[in-house]
Design a protein around this ligand. Structure first.
Ligand SMILES: [Fe+2]
Ligand SMILES: [Fe+2]
Length: 245
């Protein structure tokens, strides 16, 4: 099988300097690798489930190998992440910035039971392609050669995953219509992610405006109203201070 090579997306190529900055901090690097390890292990479990459910013997064998690979990636990320964390003395920087460098995100919302062989292969192909592209750019920007080597090893498997899912999709569904449906699904999810992030930012801005603009105006009105307020009822002792009665 002729392996397809991973290409980073245009967005990731434009964001290359940002990716370089994200991966520079050793503590953040460690945390990101540990998060990637969890995602890879989850992906491995999903693929083992897919192997149980499919009636196609060849796909079952390929899914089992794929599941083993993903578990292997989890182990590699885990080992390197822990090593980096030990070297950094357990310190890690505040933000992981997962939205900027999410790794193999595609399988995190996979529900294997909802798929046919074709739709699952299409979903896997697009997810693996996106992950391989991201891993390629991370490897390029990493100034830490040991972590870059981890990505090189994993990238080889991701390219195999990307290639076999496409080849098998063309075998089980020569029209490849499932690929277009899966692309539509990914676009819709990308839109939802963007919309929810935007809603979060807008919510923050509205709260800030309320806090710094609207509340001070009300406080000003309250103070002016207080000055115009006549004195209320006073005790005889208080009244006697200003009068002889
Ligand atoms: Fe992987
Ligand atoms: Fe993969």
């Amino acid at each position: 099988m002729q392996l397809r090579h991973a290409k980073p997306s245009l967005r990731d190529r434009i964001l290359r300097p940002v990716h370089r900055w994200v991966w520079r901090d050793a503590g953040r690097r460690a945390r990101k690798l540990l998060t990637f390890a969890r995602t890879e292990a989850d992906g491995g479990r999903d693929l083992a489930r897919a192997a149980e459910l499919t009636h196609d013997a060849l796909l079952r064998r390929l899914y089992l190998r794929h599941a083993r690979d993903e578990q292997g990636h989890a182990d590699l990320f885990n080992a390197r992440g822990r090593q980096l964390l030990r070297e950094a003395g357990g310190a890690s920087s505040g933000l992981e910035l997962a939205w900027l460098a999410p790794g193999e995100r595609g399988l995190d919302d996979l529900r294997v039971e909802d798929h046919t062989d074709a739709s699952l292969l299409a979903f896997l192909h697009l997810s693996e392609k996106a992950a391989a592209g991201r891993f390629a750019i991370y490897r390029e920007v990493l100034a830490d050669p040991v972590t870059a080597d981890v990505f090189t090893t994993i990238l080889r498997d991701e390219e195999f995953h990307m290639t076999y899912t496409r080849t098998q999709l063309m075998r089980v569904q020569p029209s490849g219509i499932a690929l277009w449906r899966a692309r539509g699904g990914r676009l819709w999810k990308a839109y939802l992610r963007l919309a929810s992030r935007l809603a979060g930012v807008m919510g923050g801005i509205i709260l800030l405006v309320q806090y710094f603009l609207i509340i001070p105006i009300f406080a000003l009105f309250a103070k002016r109203a207080e000055r115009r307020e006549k004195d209320g009822w006073k005790t005889p002792q208080e009244r006697s201070l200003g009068s002889q009665y």
